[in-house]
Design a protein around this ligand. Structure first.
Ligand code: NDP
Ligand code: MG
Length: 387
């Protein structure tokens, strides 16, 4: 049997490591062409050695020599720089995992999509910013875009793509994050350490903060809109603190299909890795009796204004999602650096949207230009919030 070739963009991250774990367990089925990272030379070299990757690429150009040294004697090719990451994305792998965080992943994911093979998408910020430009690129090349984000993977498993008109509503579930029951006043003083301590999922720092503000769910509404052919108002969010139901699809006859499972990213990743087949995972099996109960509540837009901003950006369309996403990336980085407070994150997003209203982008370069300018404005705004 021919082994499937794979490339993992963002191999040293949380999703990247979970993907590698599955690949290592089925090493006879996969051949790793490329692994990429930003600055984590040791993590990248160790991963490349473990799966005997053909090539390891570090985005930070200054780290080529340390990467070469870390791979000495292995025969694994080393490369560095943003362009080298893009080239790895275009290496023609049968299956590419897009797990870079933020719009830094946009050019690589577009390159992978243009290759016309299968792209498993974790990097939601790319799709939020580029939207149709990305889905059009997939259509044009015939690439298969598989959602890895747990909610979207759940919807994908329940959604009758041949009969989208039979779907009435898609409900994305949200854990509510670590501050689900905190008051606004209590949230004012929370620290990055508290914000990244997610109750159910273990994830990278940026998405953990997004989960705490509910911006993650807002980005996911926009992501869902681009992945599934329904009107924007057919997508809704319900808070479900146990993170057992990963999302639901309601049909016109009143039937509701949901996907359930342990909160372990290896389940949706395995679904995308084996699709249209299935593969075994070592993940904990669902034990409904020990879970005993499932709770649901409406999201509180007053305490979590980021979700409201994202809903509005989705409704307005055009450049709004890209601006909000860029501002949020800046605001989250500032919060993690302890330069702004937790509640300032959504405020920076809102103020950036107020100050910048360019026309809708129609090509990748225009999205990247809007992203750059929105970041510059958000940086200025963040300076005024400095704590
Ligand atoms: P991590 O922060 O754990 O990992 C990010 C990865 O991207 C790392 O490999 C990092 O390299 C690399 N990277 C960061 N910046 C750059 C850059 N400028 N250029 C090239 N590579 C870069 O993130 P996660 O794995 O948590 O998330 C990845 C994506 O998946 C995000 O878009 C997130 O929203 C999405 N996602 C994550 C989930 C999760 O459970 N973690 C669930 C659903 C979606 P280095 O290690 O060298 O910094
Ligand atoms: Mg998700």
């Amino acid at each position: 049997m021919n082994r499937r070739t794979v490339t993992i963009l963002g191999a040293t991250g949380s999703v990247g490591q979970s993907t590698l774990d599955l690949i290592e367990r089925s090493a006879d089925r996969f051949e790793v062409l490329g692994l990429t990272a930003h600055q984590d030379v040791d993590g990248l070299a160790a991963a490349a050695r473990r799966v005997n990757a053909r090539k390891a690429v570090i985005a930070d150009e200054a780290l080529l020599v340390p990467l070469r040294e870390a791979l000495a004697g292995t025969g694994i090719e080393a490369a560095a720089g943003e362009q080298a990451v893009v080239e790895a994305a275009g290496s023609g792998a049968d299956w590419t995992m897009a797990a870079i965080v933020g719009t830094a992943g946009l050019r690589p994911v577009m390159t992978a999509l243009r290759g016309g093979r299968t792209v498993a998408l974790a990097n939601k910020e790319a799709l939020v910013s580029a939207g149709e430009i990305m889905t059009d690129a997939a259509k044009e090349s015939g690439a298969c875009l598989l959602p890895v984000d747990s909610e979207h993977n759940a919807v994908f498993q329940c959604f009758d793509a041949d009969q989208p008109k039979t779907v009435r509503r898609v409900t994305l579930t949200a854990s509510g994050g670590p501050f689900r029951t905190r008051t606004l006043n209590e949230m004012r003083a929370v620290t990055p350490e508290q914000a990244v301590a997610h109750p159910n999922w273990s994830m990278g720092a940026k998405i953990s903060v997004d989960s705490a503000t509910l911006m993650n769910k807002g980005l996911e509404l926009i992501e869902a809109f681009h992945l599934f052919p329904l009107e924007a108002d057919a997508f809704e969010v319900v808070v479900h603190p146990q993170s057992v139901i990963h999302s639901l699809v309601e049909y016109v006859d009143g039937s509701v299909l949901a996907q359930l499972g342990a909160p372990d990213m290896r389940i949706p990743i395995a679904h995308a890795l084996a699709w249209p087949d299935r593969m075994e995972t070592p993940c904990q099996r669902l034990d409904l009796v020990s879970i005993a109960r499932l709770d649901f509540e409406a999201p509180d837009l007053e305490r979590f204004p980021a979700l409201g901003l994202a809903k509005a950006a989705l409704g307005e369309g055009g450049a709004r999602p890209a601006i909000l996403n860029a501002a949020n990336e800046v605001a989250v980085a500032s919060f993690l650096d302890k330069r702004v407070g937790f509640l300032d994150i959504a405020a920076i997003g809102g103020k950036t949207l107020e100050s910048f209203d360019p026309p809708a982008p129609s090509a990748l370069d225009e999205v990247l230009e809007i992203d750059r300018e929105a970041r510059r404005i958000a940086q200025d705004i963040a300076r005024n919030f400095q704590i």
